[in-house]
Ligand binder design. Structure first.
Ligand code: Z15
Length: 824
C-alpha cells in the first residue's frame, strides 16, 4: 500500500496521519471548528440546522479515517469481496447511526440535532431497507463488502394527505449531504443503442463488437458504512449519470445548437434522476431498463477493473468476487460479465460462462406475478443489441441441456425458456437470473418452499434441489433496538451483561428468566408507556387528534397494497365502531380503548391503494369526532411513513398487523422490528410470521386466517362456486353504502372487489377469524402482567432475526467469503 505514496512525501505523510479525535473534548472542538470555519457562522447564529451540519461534518471526519484504513486493508490483503447489487438502499438517517457505531453516542445526546437530518430514502420498502440492514451487518461483522446502487436525485416521494387523499411531492434530498464523497475521477462510459459488428481479432478469431449509439458517463459517489464497534468501514458506491463531453457538447454549442446540447445533457441526467416508486410491481418502462443497465455496467466495470489490478488469471475471478443480485433488477449483470469476458477479454464461451455462474447469486423477494420482471425483446434489442444476442445464446445452450435431460418433455422447453414466446416476445428476467447464478434463495422458509414448488419448480427438476436455498431475512438490532428504543435497550443491557447482545442477539435469551419478575415488568411497561406518550404527542402535532396513551395501540405501517390487506384492517375497524355504537353507554364503559394507527405510501399509479388510504381517512374523520365513542376508538393515518418515523412508531406499538393473504408476503421485516421492540403481532401464517411463531411460541402471537395451501381452492370457489360474503363484513359494506363515511361512490371499488370481483385477496374468507382474534387481543391486553410477560418472552426469543445471522448464512452457503480481521 505504501508503495503508492511518492517517496519524497512518504515521511511527511507518516508524520501527519489524520487521527480523528478520541473523546468528547476533541469532538466538541471539531464541531465548533466546523461551525466557524466550514459554515462560516458564529455561536450567535448557529441554529439547529447549522448544528446538524457541523456535527455531521465532525463525525464524518472520524468515519473517513477508519474508512480509508479499511479500504487499504482490503486491497492489501486481496481477499474475496462481496458486491451487493441493489437498485434500492433505504438508509434513513446516518448521523445517529454513525455516532452509535463509532462509539460516540453517549458523548453527544442531541435528539433535536439528529432530527434535522433528511432521510436518505433511496428505496420503496422492505427490499430497500433489507439492503440497508445488510450493509450494517456486513460492516459490523468485518466482511469485505461493497454495495452498488444508483444515486437518485429524487428518492421516494414525500406523501401529503390532503382532504384524505394522497398527494405526492418530490423528495429532493441532496441540498446538503455530508455523507457522500463525489469521485469525479472514478467514471465509466456507458453505451446504449447502436449495433453489433463482427470482426476478426489479432488471433484470427471472429468476435462481436458493439458500437453504441449514445454514451452516458457514470460518476461514482461513495458513502462510508461504519460497522458497529468494529474497525471496518465499508463502501457504498452510488452512480450518478451525466452527459459525456461535460456540461454541454461544445461542438454543438459553438455551432449554435444550444438547445440540443442542453437536451443531451438532460437526457443523460434523467437516468439517475428518480427512483421508480413501485413496490412489488414492474411496469416495463424504457427509462427503468436504462437505469438498470447503466448501474449494472458501471458496477461491473468497476469490479473488473479492481480484479485486473491483482494480475490474477480469469479462472480466479470467482475466488475473488461474489456478486449478489437483490431481486432481478440487476440481472443484466450476468449478461454484461459474459459480454466483457468473451468480447473484450477474448475468453471462450464455456470458460466465461463457468466464471459467470460461479460469481452470481440471486435472491428472489416475491411470487406475485405482477412483480416478476419481463422485458419486451424488441426493447432489449433496441437498447442493448449485443446483450440480446448473448441472452439468446445463453438460452440456446440452456435449452439444449434441458432437451438432453428431458428428451420426451416438449412442453418443458416452452415453460423454462428465458424467452417467452408471447406477443410481443418477452425476456423473463427471473429465469435468466436462475440460469446465470449458482444459488437462488428465498427470504423466509414458506417463501423459499413456495418458489421451489410453484414459480421455479421446473428449475428444481433441471438443476436439482441444492441450487435453491433459504435465507430468512433479519434486521439490524443496532438501528432497530438500540437507536430506536434507547431506554429499552438499556433495560435489556442491565439483564444481559451489557451491550454484547447488540453483536450477538441470541444473548437476549437471558431476559427470559426475568419475564415474570414484577419489578422488571414494571420497568418494561413504563418504557413502553413512555414511547406511547411520545407517539401520542407526535399524533397530536401531526394530525391534531388527542389519543390516550393508555389505550391499546394497534399499528399497521407498510406500503399500501391489496395483498397486504390494509382494507381488511379498516373494515375490521368499522366493525368495531359499529359494535361500539350498538352498545348501551354502560356496556361501552367496559370496553378497552384502542388507537388504530395506519401509515404507508401508495404507488402513484395504484388507484386501489389510494382508495384504501382515502377510506382510512374518511373513517377517521367520522370516528374521531363521534362523542359516543370518545377514547374508545381513534383512527389515525400518519402522513409520509418513512424509516425515521418507523424508528419512532415501532417502540410505541402494543400490537402490529402483518395480515397479508397467506403465501403473498415473501418475508416481511417490520414484523421483526415490532416484536424486537416489545410489541406483539396479529398476523396470518405468512412469510417470516411463521418462523417468528416457531421461535417465540404460539402463545405469544395472535395468528388467524386461511393457510397458503388453501388459497388456490378458495379463489377457484369464488369464481366458479357460489360466493357468499361474511355476514359481519356485509354489515360493514352496508354501512359504507349508507354514506356514513362520505359518498359511498368513493369506496365502491373497495366493496366491489370483495362482493363482485372474486375477492382475490380473501378478505371475506378471513374476516370472521380476524375479528375473533382481535377479541382475543383485547382480552389478553386486559391482563397487563400476563401481556408484559408475553412481550418480554417474545423479545428474549428474537435472537434469530438479526441480519447478522443472515449475512453469516449468505457468507457461508452462497458467497464463500470470510471476515477480514485486523492483524496487529
Ligand atoms: C419489495 O419491497 C419486496 C419484494 C419485491 O419483489 C419488491 Cl419489487 C419490493 C419485499 C417483500 O414484499 C417483503 O415480503 C420482504 O420482506 C422484502 O422484500 C425483503 O425481502
Amino acid at each position: 500500500v505504501e508503495a503508492s505514496i511518492p517517496e519524497p512525501q512518504r515521511d511527511a505523510w507518516k508524520r501527519n496521519q489524520p487521527e480523528g479525535f478520541k473523546d468528547k473534548d476533541g469532538f466538541e472542538k471539531e464541531v465548533v471548528r466546523h461551525v466557524e470555519t466550514t459554515l462560516a457562522r458564529s455561536m450567535f447564529n448557529c441554529d439547529e440546522s447549522a448544528a446538524y451540519s457541523a456535527t455531521s461534518l465532525a463525525i464524518r471526519y472520524r468515519l473517513i479515517t477508519g474508512w480509508n484504513k479499511t479500504q487499504q486493508r482490503q486491497t492489501y490483503r486481496d481477499a474475496k469481496r462481496v458486491y451487493y447489487l441493489s437498485l434500492e438502499f433505504l438508509m434513513g438517517r446516518a448521523l445517529d447511526n454513525a455516532l452509535l457505531n463509532v462509539g460516540l453516542k453517549d458523548v453527544a445526546k442531541m435528539e433535536d440535532i439528529i432530527s434535522q437530518e433528511h432521510d436518505a430514502a433511496l428505496g420503496n420498502g422492505g427490499l430497500g431497507r433489507l439492503a440497508a440492514c445488510f450493509l450494517d451487518s456486513l460492516a459490523s461483522l468485518n466482511y469485505p463488502a461493497w454495495g452498488y446502487g444508483l444515486r437518485y436525485r429524487y428518492g421516494i416521494f414525500k406523501q401529503e394527505i390532503i382532504d384524505g387523499y394522497q398527494v405526492e411531492v418530490p423528495d429532493y434530498w441532496l441540498d446538503f449531504n455530508p455523507w457522500e464523497f463525489p469521485r469525479h475521477d472514478v467514471t465509466v462510459d456507458i453505451q446504449f443503442f447502436g449495433h453489433v459488428n463482427k470482426t476478426t481479432n489479432a488471433a484470427g478469431k471472429t468476435i462481436s463488437v458493439w458500437e453504441g449509439g449514445e454514451t452516458v458517463v457514470a460518476v461514482a459517489y461513495d458513502v462510508p458504512i461504519p460497522g458497529y464497534d468494529t474497525p471496518t468501514t465499508n463502501n457504498l458506491r452510488l452512480w450518478s449519470s451525466k452527459a459525456s463531453g461535460g456540461e454541454f457538447d461544445f461542438q454543438k454549442f459553438n455551432n449554435g445548437d444550444y438547445e440540443s446540447s442542453v437536451a443531451d445533457q438532460q437526457r443523460a441526467e434523467t437516468i439517475s434522476a428518480v427512483l421508480y416508486p413501485n413496490d412489488n410491481l414492474e411496469r416495463g418502462k424504457e427509462l427503468r431498463l436504462k437505469q438498470q443497465y447503466f448501474w449494472v455496467a458501471a458496477s461491473l466495470h468497476d469490479i473488473v477493473r479492481r480484479f485486473k489490478k491483482s494480475k490474477r488469471p480469469w479462472s480466479e475471478f470467482c475466488d475473488q468476487v461474489a456478486i449478489q443480485l437483490n431481486d432481478t433488477h440487476p440481472t443484466l449483470a450476468i449478461v454484461e460479465l459474459q459480454r466483457i469476458l468473451i468480447d473484450t477479454e477474448g475468453l471462450e464461451w464455456d470458460e466465461a460462462w463457468d466464471i459467470v455462474t460461479n460469481t452470481f447469486g440471486y435472491t428472489n423477494h416475491t411470487v406475485l406475478p405482477e412483480a416478476l420482471e419481463k422485458w419486451p425483446v424488441g426493447l432489449v434489442q433496441h437498447l442493448l443489441p449485443r446483450h440480446l444476442q448473448i441472452i439468446y445464446d445463453i438460452n440456446l445452450y440452456f435449452l439444449q441441456k434441458v432437451e438432453k435431460a428431458f428428451p420426451k418433455d416438449r412442453d418443458m422447453l416452452r415453460r423454462v425458456s428465458i424467452i417467452e414466446e408471447s406477443q410481443p416476445k418477452m425476456v423473463r428476467m427471473a429465469y435468466l437470473a436462475i440460469v446465470g447464478s449458482h444459488k437462488v434463495n428465498g427470504v423466509a422458509e414458506l417463501h423459499s418452499d413456495l418458489i421451489r414448488t410453484t414459480i421455479f419448480k421446473d428449475f428444481v427438476q433441471i438443476y436439482g434441489p441444492d441450487k435453491f436455498t433459504n435465507v430468512t431475512n433479519g434486521i439490524t438490532p443496532r438501528r432497530w433496538l438500540h437507536q430506536a428504543n434507547p431506554r429499552l435497550s438499556e433495560l435489556i443491557a442491565s439483564k444481559c451483561g451489557g451491550n454484547a447482545f447488540l453483536k450477538d442477539l441470541t444473548q437476549l435469551n437471558r431476559l427470559e428468566a426475568h419475564a415474570k419478575d414484577p419489578q422488571f415488568r414494571r420497568e418494561w411497561a413504563e418504557i413502553k408507556y413512555a414511547n406511547k406518550v411520545r407517539l401520542s404527542r407526535y399524533i397530536k402535532e401531526a394530525n391534531g387528534v388527542t389519543v390516550n396513551p393508555a389505550a391499546l395501540f394497534d399499528v399497521q405501517v407498510k406500503r399500501i397494497h391489496e395483498y397486504k390487506r390494509q382494507q381488511l384492517n379498516i373494515f375490521g375497524v368499522i366493525h368495531r365502531y359499529l359494535t361500539l355504537k350498538a352498545m348501551s353507554p354502560e356496556a361501552r364503559k367496559k370496553q378497552l380503548p384502542r388507537v388504530s394507527i395506519f401509515g404507508g405510501k401508495a404507488a402513484p399509479g395504484y388507484w386501489m391503494a389510494k382508495q384504501i388510504i382515502h377510506l382510512i381517512n374518511a373513517v377517521g374523520a367520522v370516528v374521531n369526532n363521534d362523542e359516543d365513542i370518545g377514547d374508545l376508538l381513534k383512527v389515525i393515518f400518519l402522513e409520509d411513513y418513512n424509516v425515521s418515523k418507523a424508528e419512532m412508531i415501532c417502540p410505541a406499538s402494543d400490537i402490529s398487523e402483518h395480515i397479508s393473504t397467506a403465501g403473498t408476503e415473501a418475508s416481511g421485516t417490520s414484523n421483526m422490528k415490532f416484536v424486537l421492540n416489545g410489541g406483539l403481532i396479529i398476523g396470518t401464517c405468512d412469510g417470516a410470521n411463521i418462523e417468528i411463531t416457531r421461535e417465540i411460541g404460539e402463545s405469544n402471537i395472535f395468528l388467524f386466517g386461511n393457510l397458503a395451501e388453501d388459497v388456490e381452492d378458495l379463489r377457484h370457489a369464488h369464481t366458479y362456486g357460489s360466493h357468499s360474503i361474511d355476514g359481519d363484513l356485509d354489515k360493514v359494506f352496508n354501512e359504507i353504502e349508507k354514506g356514513t363515511f362520505g359518498s359511498p361512490h368513493d369506496f365502491g371499488a373497495l366493496v366491489a372487489a370483495v362482493r363482485q370481483h372474486g375477492d382475490y385477496y380473501l378478505v371475506s374468507d378471513d374476516f370472521h377469524s380476524y375479528i375473533q382474534t382481535h377479541s382475543l387481543v383485547d382480552e389478553a391486553y386486559r391482563n397487563q402482567d400476563e401481556w408484559v410477560s408475553k412481550c418480554i418472552t417474545a423479545v428474549a426469543r428474537m435472537g434469530f432475526f438479526t441480519s447478522d445471522r443472515c449475512i453469516d448464512e449468505y457468507a457461508e452457503s452462497i458467497w464463500n467469503v470470510e471476515p477480514l480481521v485486523v492483524r496487529e
